[in-house]
Design a protein around this ligand. Structure first.
Ligand code: ADP
Ligand code: MG
Length: 670
């Protein structure tokens, strides 16, 4: 879950907020204010809550790159070029600041912090009257903003962090960029949350990949297969039908051996197209390709549209749009959707003669919204098309971010969103060496039903022999499939071991490593556990890394040194960016199966200590997000109390996970 401005107390606070004010500019005049208007609800909310100051930062084009391009072009055209007036008219934030003042009217005073950049503005900001909005100069005047090296990024990020007690990111359009003002800053501000625009985008786009209302129908069009492969693959996981249109459809048709005339085609993507067709078949998703076309002899707005009534296109024609048979098919497919996502126009909609298909799709989507289908449009050109046909207000959601929305639909984690995420509770059941396949499947069935309305992340880890039967039962539910161990080698002669490849084949998503029973009864040491952990990460698994002290260690006063060692050695060689795939489970070994329990305060103290260890290794932002489960005899009657502790983010449940009656109340604690 992302955290929003609604979850924090803003009164008297200094807020630093990233907005996407990257609006088109001409000679210092704002050409389109959509992005400014989109940020206003969050701005007004923050001011209404009594924030002391609200400092806004944004990029506005890329001065260095854009100016260089414009200069080259001017030279080629034999025109004169004045660099500083070009930059002034295109990249300076002062006119945007003035525009915002006009939009906010009496709500607040907006002051521009000066053309000298984003550094050293603390005194200026702190000197403003309470309730003032401060607009910083274009962040991209500083090369650190987009630097590759984290040291450079951090230099600017630290300076910006000085201006706020709370960082608010409402710049969805740049959420996919790992820049100083979009992501790195969160490392240095105590609290980071999302604004309302970001929240709305994430709330509509993310469930399409993670948990859509089904049936999900996806319409993917546009220019290039290569730019849409990842989104096709990602949507295949949930879509019942994938409509492929636009120029990229011809690469698919060619892959099927159809004649495509002079249509646009990416020869080097034909193999990929075949692979996607194959994957769709396997996933049971219907692929809808054009059945007929509107062609043209030349790629030109003035070309005469020529109807092509069948799939095959004559040699002299270019496929420019889909035909009426195809649209009838679209209507039928879309009518079944509960969720409809559309990315990429199905024809050259910029040319009036070839815009009919795309307009028809927009109308079908609008009609679907009216029937209660959730309709989401993302992608720069598709959004432009929807606006052109004046149908934007008829969709459930029209994304404001092209690149960012595409990456979200690809199922990727976006840096600017990740920094606003709070920790999700994660409740896991470790079934150890219990139950037959049928018994395990029965338990899983009961849990699928009882946890359906649960709000947290869930996992069950049956014995190896039951992974298949349980996997089948929980498929498509909100319960993840976990294994209790894996071999330290990928494959080979290892009698009695189970490899990550075999676990992958069974659909396992998470592997529990270093459980106290593995450490103590089977003598697994830190090095072996670390080797397994790295292997699991390499193969895309999430890992629950168990740590914890024995009674003897506790009595000797070694709780912290043991937990520190196991954490550090367990994570040796793991990069910060891979840590989102790791959960730590703290098990006070002395409290397992002995009936003894640590008090919630005892447990909290160790959790807090472990988070501190992570902070030393990876910094505060990573540490804040690390999910740390508690694994010491969690029961229905102590679950809520434990989960209420600040650093306890879930539970690894043993004995109590074997019955729906005990696991369900733990999993749905309130
Ligand atoms: P989006 O920005 O919505 O993700 P893309 O950038 O992938 O979409 O593609 C949009 C472009 O695809 C448009 O400029 C459109 O003219 C072009 N296009 C659509 N159909 C065809 C076609 N049959 N031939 C050539 N170009 C096409
Ligand atoms: Mg585009």
């Amino acid at each position: 879950m992302i955290k929003t401005v609604k979850t924090v107390d803003l009164k008297g606070k200094r807020v630093i907020m990233r907005v996407d004010f990257n609006v088109p500019m001409k000679d210092g005049v704002v050409q389109d204010d959509t992005r400014i208007v989109a940020a206003i609800p969050t701005i007004k909310y923050i001011l209404a809550q009594g924030a002391k100051t609200l400092t806004l930062m944004s990029h506005l084009g890329d001065p260095a790159k854009d100016a260089e391009k414009a200069k080259t072009k001017a030279e080629k055209d034999g025109k004169s070029f004045n660099m500083s007036s070009y930059i002034k008219g295109k990249h300076r934030m002062a006119p945007v600041s003035a525009y915002l003042q006009k939009k906010l009217g009496k709500t607040a005073t907006v002051v521009f912090a000066g053309e000298d950049g984003c550094y050293n503005k603390k005194a200026f900001i702190d000197g403003q009257k309470p309730g003032t909005v401060i607009m910083l100069e274009n962040t991209r005047f500083h090369k650190e903003e987009t630097a590759k090296d984290s040291k450079d990024l951090d230099k600017l990020a630290k300076a910006l962090a000085e201006y706020g007690d709370i960082f608010v990111n409402d710049a969805f359009g740049t959420a996919h960029r790992d820049h100083a003002s979009t992501a790195s800053i969160a490392k240095f501000v105590p609290l980071s949350v999302a604004g309302f625009l970001m929240e709305k985008e994430v709330n509509y786009l993310e469930p399409i990949v993670t948990n859509p209302s089904k049936p999900l129908v996806a319409i993917i069009g546009g220019a290039k297969v290569s730019s849409k492969i990842a989104v096709l693959e990602s949507l295949l996981k949930n879509a019942s039908a994938l409509v492929i249109g636009g120029a990229m459809a011809y690469t698919f048709l060619k892959a099927q051996g159809k004649k495509i005339g002079k249509s646009m085609v990416e020869e080097d993507q034909i193999a990929t197209a075949k692979k996607i067709l194959e994957a769709a078949k396997k996933a049971g998703a219907e692929i809808v390709l054009p059945l007929d076309h509107v062609g043209a002899e030349k790629f030109d707005a003035a070309s005469k549209p020529v109807a092509v009534a069948a799939v095959n296109i004559p040699d002299r024609l270019i496929g420019m749009d889909v035909g009426p048979k195809t649209l009838a098919k679209y209507k039928q497919v879309i009518s079944k959707a509960k969720t409809l996502v559309w990315n990429g126009p199905v024809g050259v909609f910029e040319f009036a003669a070839f815009a009919k298909g795309t307009e028809a799709v927009a109308k079908l989507a609008a009609a679907a919204t009216a029937r209660g289908t959730v309709t989401v449009v993302g992608g720069g050109d598709s959004v432009a098309a929807v606006n052109k046909f004046k149908l934007a207000s008829k969709m459930s959601h029209v994304s404001t971010g092209g690149g960012a929305s595409l990456e979200l639909l690809e199922g990727r984690k976006l840096p600017g969103i990740e920094v606003t995420r709070g920790r999700d509770y994660f409740i896991a059941g470790n079934w150890k060496m219990h139950m037959t396949r049928a018994e395990s499947a029965n338990l899983a069935k009961a849990l699928v039903k009882s946890l359906k309305s649960g709000k947290h992340r869930y996992l069950v880890a049956p014995s190896f022999t039951s992974l298949e039967s349980v996997g089948e039962v929980i498929k498509g539910s909100n319960i993840l499939l976990g294994a209790q161990n894996c071999a330290a080698e990928e494959q080979g002669a290892h009698t009695g071991e189970v490899s990550v490849l075999q676990l992958k084949d069974l659909g396992v998503q998470v592997i529990i490593l270093g459980h106290s029973e593995r450490r103590h009864s089977y003598k697994e040491d830190d090095a072996l556990i670390n080797k397994k952990l790295k292997l699991a990460l390499k193969h895309g698994f999430e890992v629950i890394l168990c740590i914890g002290e024995t009674l003897e260690e506790r009595e000797k006063g070694n709780v912290e040194s043991v937990c520190k060692r196991q954490t550090e050695k367990g994570l040796a060689g793991v990069e910060a960016q891979d840590l989102s795939g790791i959960t730590i489970a703290y098990e006070p070994v002395w409290a397992i199966g002995t009936g003894k329990t640590a008090t919630p305060d005892d447990a909290q103290a160790v959790h807090k200590f472990v988070r501190g260890v992570i902070e030393k290794l990876y910094g505060p932002a990573v540490a804040r997000l690390m999910v740390i489960q508690y694994g010491g005899s969690v029961k229905p009657d102590n679950a809520a109390q434990l989960m209420a502790m600040e650093d306890i983010d879930g539970a690894l449940v043993g004995g109590a996970s074997l019955k729906p009656d005990s696991f369900t109340p733990i999993a749905k604690f309130s």
